[in-house]
Every structure is written in C-alpha cells, then in structure tokens.
Ligand binder design. Structure first.
Ligand code: HEC
Ligand code: HEC
Length: 242
C-alpha cells in the first residue's frame, strides 16, 4: 500500500475522513490560547508597553465587577480579592498569568478570556488603578487581634518588608503587590498557597522566604496586613440624606 493510501485509511479509521475539507475548525483549535510562562511573559510585556487607558478600561471591567464588584472591593470573606489600590503592573502580571494558566484560577479563567488582547489588559488595569479605595476590608477580629497584629508586624518587618515595604505598599516598578488593607482571609490563603506551591506563579525568592513559616505565623502576618489601610485616595463617604 502506498503511503498516501495508508494515511487516508488511517484517517478514516480515526474518523477524521471529513475533516480535511471541513472549513469549521476543530474546537481544540478555536479555544486554544498560548499557555505557559513564556506566553504570559510576552503578553505582560506588550500590555506594559501599551500603558493603558483608564476610560477605555471601564467597559472591559464590567465583566469583572460581577465578582470583584464595581468598586473593586471584592468580598470581605476573601473569596474575591480587593483589586482597588493594586499597582497596574501587578494587575497586568496576574491577569496575563491567569490567561496563560500560569496562575491557576478556574473560576476566573473564562472571564479573562473576554479581554481581546494586551491593550485590553492594559486598559482594564489602568481603570482598576484609577479607582478610589473603598473602606471596610475583611479583618482579623478574634479577641486576641491586638497581640496577633503586633506579632505579625514584627515578623513581616524582618523578612517580607524588603520587597513589600514595612507599610505593605509593595513596589510598582518591581511588581511587588500592595498587601496592605487586603482582606484577611484572602491574604492568608495566598500565603499558604505560595508556600505550599499551589500558586504556581509565586515569586521564587518569596517562596524561599516563606517556606519556614507555620500557619499560626502566617495568620499573625495576615492579621497585621489586613489591619492597615490600602494606600491611595479613599472613596468619599456616601452623602448623608436628610
Ligand atoms: C467568577 C468570578 C471572577 C470574575 C468574573 C473575575 N475574577 Fe478576578 N479573581 C477571582 C478570584 C476567585 C480570584 C482569586 C483567586 C485565588 O484565590 O488565587 C481572582 C483574582 C484576581 C486577580 C489577582 C489579584 C491579586 O491580588 O493577586 C486579578 C488581578 C483579577 N482577579 C482581575 C480580574 C479581572 C481584570 C477580571 C475581568 C476581566 C476578573 N478578575 C474577573 C474571581 C473572578
Ligand atoms: C523577593 C521579594 C519578596 C519577598 C521577600 C516576599 N514577597 Fe510576597 N510577593 C512577592 C511577589 C513578586 C509577589 C507576586 C507574585 C506573583 O507574581 O504572583 C508576592 C505575593 C505576595 C502575596 C499575595 C498578594 C496578592 O495580592 O495576591 C502575599 C500575601 C505576600 N506576597 C506576602 C509575603 C510575606 C508574608 C512575605 C514574608 C514571609 C513575603 N511576601 C516575602 C515578592 C516578595
């Protein structure tokens, strides 16, 4: 049997006979997005270079507000992080990582696919960065809060402040996230996920640093960070109606 006849037979056996002439692409082709760290890095670089336009990002943010809320407050129980106050550079990296499945986030994955291209990512990040800071994040409220916060402050200053700053404001240029004023439960979950390797995009130097911390120590640091105010312009209090 000639090679071409053989491949035709093989194609028929595999049930692919009609595909060659079929103009409709196979689902795996339409849904395929480039995956992995290199794809995330390429998209991040393009989005960063774009700069972003906050006004254009407002529309793209609508789909995000279902979970993160129009104010960017997220949820006090930490199910959805607060985005308001986060550096655009950090937002861009996280969105690109989630799109390329470098940061596992199944609940959000379908939605970030709605962003068309790196410009959309830059715009939505610029819009989020322009939001005022909504008050009242989720905090640690058990009776020993004062001791936990004091202990967490000391611990955080020793090894984490090099990157995140003692005030938790991070570093925009270097893409170190703002951690001040984030919801307590979200902070604790991220620290554990980064330590335990579940958040695959954790900074390698941070992974090394946080490896030795026990859960109760992470709790104290999360309590401390959640007790701080997120840097930025606080939202105006709602006008009092008489
Ligand atoms: C279905 C709910 C949902 C929608 C819609 C959603 N997100 Fe998220 N987002 C999440 C969850 C849950 C997390 C935290 C995941 C985790 O615990 O690691 C998250 C995390 C993030 C983070 C990382 C924050 C950080 O501090 O590291 C960014 C940035 C983000 N989302 C931006 C967006 C943008 C932009 C959109 C719209 C295009 C969006 N999200 C739509 C649920 C959602
Ligand atoms: C070498 C710099 C560095 C050090 C040291 C470091 N971090 Fe981080 N941290 C980062 C970077 C970068 C990220 C974002 C990682 C990524 O890109 O996903 C991060 C992420 C986080 C997050 C998740 C923020 C979010 O919004 O999802 C928390 C919480 C955090 N760090 C806490 C800590 C604590 C606590 C320590 C000390 C034990 C620490 N970090 C030490 C650089 C650092």
């Amino acid at each position: 049997m000639s090679l071409s006849k053989y491949s035709l037979l093989l194609a028929m056996v595999l049930g692919l006979g009609a595909c060659a002439a079929d103009p409709v692409p196979h689902p795996s082709q339409t849904s395929a997005r480039a995956k992995g760290p290199a794809a995330a890095e390429a998209e991040r670089a393009l989005a960063l270079a774009d700069g972003g336009n906050a006004a254009a990002g407002k529309l793209a943010y609508e789909v995000c507000s279902a979970c993160h809320l129009p104010s960017g407050f997220g949820r006090r129980d930490g199910g959805y992080p607060k985005l308001a106050g986060q550096h655009a550079t950090v937002l861009i990296k996280q969105i690109a990582d989630i799109r390329a499945q470098v940061r596992d986030n199944p609940s959000m994955h379908g939605f970030v696919k709605e962003l068309r291209d790196p410009r959309d990512i830059a715009n939505v990040a610029a819009y989020i960065e322009s939001l005022c800071i909504p008050p009242g994040n989720g905090r640690y409220t058990l009776p020993d809060a004062a001791e936990q916060i004091a202990r967490g402050r000391q611990m955080f200053a020793r090894e984490c402040a090099d990157c995140h700053q003692a005030s938790g404001q991070g570093n925009k240029e270097k893409r170190y996230p703002v951690v001040a004023g984030q919801h307590y439960r979200y902070l604790l979950r991220q620290m554990q996920d980064i330590r335990d390797g579940y958040r695959q995009n954790g900074d390698p130097d941070m992974v090394k640093t946080i490896a030795k911390y026990k859960n109760d120590q992470l709790q104290s640091m999360a309590a401390f960070l959640a007790s701080l105010d997120t840097p930025g312009t606080p939202c105006e209090p709602a006008p009092v109606r008489k």
